[in-house]
Design a protein around this ligand. Sequence first.
Ligand SMILES: Nc1ncnc2c1ncn2[C@@H]1O[C@H](COP(=O)(O)OP(=O)(O)OP(=O)(O)O)[C@@H](O)[C@H]1O
Length: 290
Amino acid sequence: MNGYSPTRTSTSRPSPVRPESAPTLHIDNLTARFGGVTALNGLTATVQAGEAIGVVGPNGAGKTTFLNAISGLLGRAVSGEIELFGRSIVRESPVRIAKRGVARSFQHPPLLDTATVLENVVVGSHHAEGFAAARQIFTPWRVRQTERAEHVRARALLARAGLSSLQHREAGSLPYGARKQVDILRAIFHRPALLLLDEPTSGLDIGEQRKVVDIIQDLRADPSVSILLVEHHMDVVRQCASRVLGVQAGRVIATGTPDEVFESPEYREAVVGRSHQRSGAQVGPLERRD
Ligand SMILES: Nc1ncnc2c1ncn2[C@@H]1O[C@H](COP(=O)(O)OP(=O)(O)OP(=O)(O)O)[C@@H](O)[C@H]1O
């Protein structure tokens, strides 16, 4: 069963053009500079349809900047190429990139605090469905129908995550762990082709971490969804990602299975070299010891 699968829902969003031959995402020589700081330094990577790729590395390696660049949040600070299904998105706005099927969660979820949890999950969906304001005025019945269907789908997502009891709570009153989960469901609600998750389990307790892992594993059953997962917990990466990019100083220093990367000399040096600081790879309570 796949309760979160974007393709198994009752209303359908016009899907972005997805040429069979092109990968979901191709990144070439991606560089991001902020004044004198080079956060990304020639990063190159490819994500195929249905892949879930972990992005790991020490603090300050450029992982969040990588997701920000793909989301279109960095504007002219970025150079290099970002292709989604073979089409360049490197100069497109965050809204257009979202419309092309990219959704993301944030380290610190920017929920609408005075809206309910249910409203937060569906927020922006009219935009995503291409409902212009004029259309809403002239076809109110259709808009109401769509809203009803969206609320049904959002409730189903919340139920699947065990968060039904929170659906009418104001988001501003939620504890941190619930905020993170709602933010992830909000991203999933838009049926992304590419889901960007930025430290989805940071600050969560063990039960909440398991629920997030469950959500990600469920999504992986859908071959049309690709995932980039920035994560410090090695156990979460092992359970959710088939392939890992080890990143340091804004470039990829190791690729392979989770264990191949975690055990590679390049990655160990990147993390151990900073052992006096917070480690880039945390062994969490979900850690499997094989
Ligand atoms: N908008 C910005 N302006 C200036 N410097 C920035 C900006 N965004 C990121 N940086 C810098 O770029 C580098 C990479 O930051 P980034 O947040 O991408 O690292 P990270 O790998 O996500 O770290 P962490 O694991 O701690 O979240 C850091 O030195 C950071 O201070």
